[in-house]
Ligand binder design. Structure first.
Ligand SMILES: Cc1ncc(COP(=O)(O)O)c(C=O)c1O
Length: 390
């Protein structure tokens, strides 16, 4: 292990919670940067002192600025990222651009997608959506060939996770997008579990839509999600889930149907969630500074160490063993894993537990190698001491 040479540890002092806990849970909620206190204080100051003038002085343009900051992290062209409250809403905005009543009405996804997104697409059946689900065989990976075979001339949209929340398997986004485009379908890539820990390049992938939230690997807190729309695709789309922020001249307060603004405002709707946007900026700044390539390199090393230790104890690993197919999380299903996760929390080792996954360990750039070892040593101790009721 290379702790001595771990240059990224200089960021540890930026994250107060690292002083008190072993924070292995960035797949769920990234640690809060200490400068979020300042960001939210200055948000309150602006509101308190500038009042309604804050809209034209700062807040109206903020989603565009922060959209571009997020866009930079995934090599998105300028002004191609709109901001929303969560990923489900992002997908709803995309869905509202399409019509499911024609022959091309299939939605093809996999049972390894995040459930909220599945619930949304399943609920589109009454509008004519023919929803097809491709199943995993091993609970860890998506059978790429079977998914590619399911995408055909009747497929309208393929909503797919880039990195799976349960196992951290990295889907073959390039192959999925190429197949979808060959048959005239669109792909929505859910980059929630990739952006900030696995490199994402929306232009190289030529993906139609990409969305995710900032609260996990981007350390940006709850309430802010982003939606990238490929500029040439976006020009033709007219979201039915729309509102006055998407109007080409909002302050005309025109009656009747909307006249759409250009991207990215075109994909927005009502009044924006300024506090969440302000709170997200410090984390985004740190991630840009650290660099996703550096984060990825360290993550591969620490996730490999987790697997090595799990193997040593004979615990079941529910994440890919090949680092190139694995995101930032290792899911480990040791005996009594749900109770183990509770015991770990009681010891200030922050992890979570998911059905069919086990305990999810997610070291980020700010974690030490010693913390990785300590988390696994604590699991062994919990199991050895039989502190868990049978
Ligand atoms: C891959 C993925 N997509 C989506 C979500 C959440 O969706 P939403 O932002 O709608 O809550 C998560 C986790 O919270 C996730 O891991």
């Amino acid at each position: 292990m290379a702790s001595m040479a771990d240059d990224l540890l200089r960021y540890r002092s930026e994250f107060p919670i690292l002083e008190r806990t072993n924070y292995m849970i960035s797949n769920s909620l990234g640690a809060m940067p200490r400068t979020v206190y300042n960001a939210l204080h200055s948000y309150a100051d602006v509101w308190a002192t500038r009042g309604v003038r804050a809209w034209h002085e700062r807040w109206w343009m903020l989603p565009l600025e922060v959209g571009n900051e997020i866009g930079d992290l995934m090599n998105a062209p300028k002004d191609s990222v709109s901001l929303h409250q969560n990923v489900t809403t992002c997908q709803a905005v995309v869905a509202s651009c399409f019509d499911f009543s024609g022959k091309r009405n299939q939605i093809v996804y996999t049972d390894m997608n995040f459930p909220s997104v599945m619930y949304f697409w399943e609920a589109q059946r009454p509008y004519g959506a023919d929803v097809r689900m491709v199943s995993t065989d091993d609970g860890i990976t998506v059978p790429t060939d079977r998914l590619l075979d399911a995408i055909n001339e009747r497929t309208l949209i393929v909503p797919v996770s880039h990195v799976l929340f349960r196992s951290s398997f990295i889907n073959d986004a390039r192959a999925i997008i190429e197949k979808a485009h060959r048959v005239g379908a669109h792909v929505i890539l859910d980059t929630f579990q990739s952006l900030g820990t696995v490199p994402v390049d929306v232009q190289a992938l030529n993906v139609d839509f990409a969305c995710g939230g900032v609260l996990k690997w981007l350390c940006g807190g709850p309430g802010l999600a982003y939606l990238y729309v490929r500029p040439d695709v976006g020009k033709k789309l007219e979201p039915k889930l729309t509102g006055w922020f998407a109007h080409e001249n909002s302050f005309e307060f025109a009656t009747g149907p909307i006249r759409y603004a250009d991207s990215p405002l075109r994909f927005m709707n009502g009044t924006t969630h300024i506090p969440s946007i302000e709170a997200a900026r410090p984390g985004l700044k740190i991630i840009r500074e650290v660099g996703v390539a550096n984060i990825r390199e360290k993550s591969k090393r620490q996730t490999a160490r987790l697997i090595e230790l799990a193997d040593r104890h004979g615990w079941r690993v529910n994440s890919p063993r090949n680092a190139e197919q694995r995101g930032g999380t290792v899911s480990i299903d040791m005996p009594d894993s749900e109770q183990v996760s509770r015991e770990l929390l009681a010891r200030e080792i922050l992890v979570d537990w998911r059905p069919k996954a086990g305990v999810r360990f997610s070291p980020h750039f700010y974690n030490t190698d010693a913390e990785v070892d300590a988390a696994m040593a604590a699991v062994a101790e919990i199991l050895n001491a039989r502190t868990i009721p049978a």
